[in-house]
Every structure is written in structure tokens, then in C-alpha cells.
Design a protein around this ligand. Structure first.
Ligand SMILES: *[C@@H]1O[C@H](CO)[C@@H](O)[C@H](O)[C@H]1NC(C)=O
Ligand SMILES: *[C@@H]1O[C@H](CO)[C@@H](O)[C@H](O)[C@H]1NC(C)=O
Length: 203
């Protein structure tokens, strides 16, 4: 099952067009969040550090993510982690974390002349916790990650890698003007990131 899924997702990953970014209208806040999370292949993750000399302080670090095959994201950011990693050691003590992704990670903001800090260059912040995935979700996580990060397949097996998901408790959307907007996990998962339910997004 895992193998068949992986083959399909690898094919989808190879077929994707990295430059095509069709951004949802800014009024559709939950959809924008789903869109940016799906587009981004990596995220900055802040944990509460357990390491001297910054014990108890925020610690931000880059991680590869995937919420599913290109064009068919689940909304859930999956990660491939090892307890040898410094931030993962923080998560063992306190699984709460914050993940941020931005359209600055695509060509969109540069192409439109939007600075990464501009509210026109959407950034999404997820609050929640990181939890190891179990049972059939391992298959989903593996296909999502290995399809978009094929190099992971060859990462050293003696590092005891495991699959994890970001369990979202709140979504913060910094997009367009008027300050931050929040989206509940329910609204986030209900939203369709791609064009299925709207006719107003030809950009
Ligand atoms: C998208 O993913 C769902 C499961 O999350 C699957 O049932 C469906 O077949 C997939 N669609 C495509 C086009 O791959
Ligand atoms: C996942 O997040 C939800 C919403 O914050 C929370 O109620 C639930 O306890 C979390 N699950 C785990 C396993 O941490």
C-alpha cells in the first residue's frame, strides 16, 4: 500500500510546475492558509528550548514539511524527525510548537515586488504541537514527505527517523491589510486550497 502510494506521489511531484502560483482571493482567509501551507516545502518551527544557554527561550529552526502530494494536500503538515535533532529534543520535553510558512518561499512575492514582511506577501503561523503519527497515518505521512522530499528516502537509517504531524490548535493569517486574522482548525480543514469552489481566482 505504502509503495503504490509512494509511486503515484513521486510521479505527481515530478509533474508539478514549481512556478505556477494561483493565489486565492485575500477574503478567503482559511483557503489562503491552506494554500500557503500546501505550497511550501519547508517551515520555520519554534520550540521552547531545553538547551543552555537559551533554556526556556523560543528556538526557531527550519524543517522540511509536506501536507500531501502536490495538488491534493491534507492541510496537515507532516515532518520526518529524529530525536538526535536539537529542536526535536525540545519537543520531547514540551511538544508545543509554532510553525510558520510564507509565500516568500515561492516565486510569488519576488515576482510581484512584495517584500517578505509586506502584508501582501502572505505568511501563516500555526500554533499547536508535534505528535508522532501512528498506524495507517504513517503511510500517508511517508507518501506526503518522500514524494516531495525524495532525498529523505536515503537518510541514514541508524538515526531512528519517525513521522510526525503538526497538530494544529490555531491558525494565524498575516495577509493583506487590517492586521492578523485567525482561523480555527475546523475552518482550516473545511477550506479547499485549490480552485474547486471559486470562480474568482484567475491571477
Ligand atoms: C487525494 O487524496 C485522497 C486521500 O486524501 C485520495 O482519496 C484521492 O484519490 C486523491 N486524489 C488524487 C487526484 O490523487
Ligand atoms: C491536538 O490539538 C487539539 C486542538 O488544540 C487538542 O484538543 C488535542 O488534544 C491535540 N491532540 C494531541 C494528541 O495533542
Amino acid at each position: 500500500m505504502c509503495r503504490a502510494l509512494l509511486a503515484v506521489f513521486l510521479a505527481l511531484a515530478l509533474a508539478r510546475d514549481c512556478d505556477s502560483v494561483s493565489v486565492p482571493p485575500h477574503e478567503e482567509v482559511a483557503r489562503m492558509a491552506r494554500f500557503v501551507v500546501h505550497k511550501c516545502d519547508w517551515a520555520s518551527m519554534a520550540t521552547i528550548s531545553t538547551h543552555d544557554p537559551v533554556k526556556g527561550q523560543p528556538f526557531s529552526n527550519a524543517f522540511s514539511i509536506s501536507d500531501g502530494p502536490v495538488g491534493n494536500g491534507t492541510g496537515t503538515p507532516y515532518m520526518y524527525l529524529t530525536h538526535m535533532e536539537i529542536s526535536v529534543q525540545d519537543l520531547q520535553v514540551n511538544p508545543q510548537a509554532s510553525l510558520s510558512v510564507s509565500l516568500a518561499q515561492t516565486h510569488y512575492c519576488k515576482n510581484h515586488g512584495f517584500d517578505p514582511q509586506s502584508p501582501l506577501c502572505a505568511h501563516i503561523i500555526l500554533s499547536g504541537s508535534v505528535i508522532q503519527v501512528q498506524d495507517s497515518e504513517v503511510c500517508v505521512a511517508k507518501a506526503a514527505l518522500f514524494g516531495r522530499h525524495p532525498e529523505m528516502i536515503d537518510w541514514p537509517t541508524d538515526h531512528s527517523w519517525f513521522f510526525a504531524r503538526f497538530n494544529i490548535s490555531q491558525v494565524w493569517v498575516l495577509d493583506y491589510f487590517g492586521g492578523v486574522k485567525t482561523v480555527s482548525p475546523e475552518e482550516y480543514y473545511r477550506a479547499a486550497p485549490s480552485r474547486k469552489h471559486s470562480g474568482s481566482d484567475t491571477q
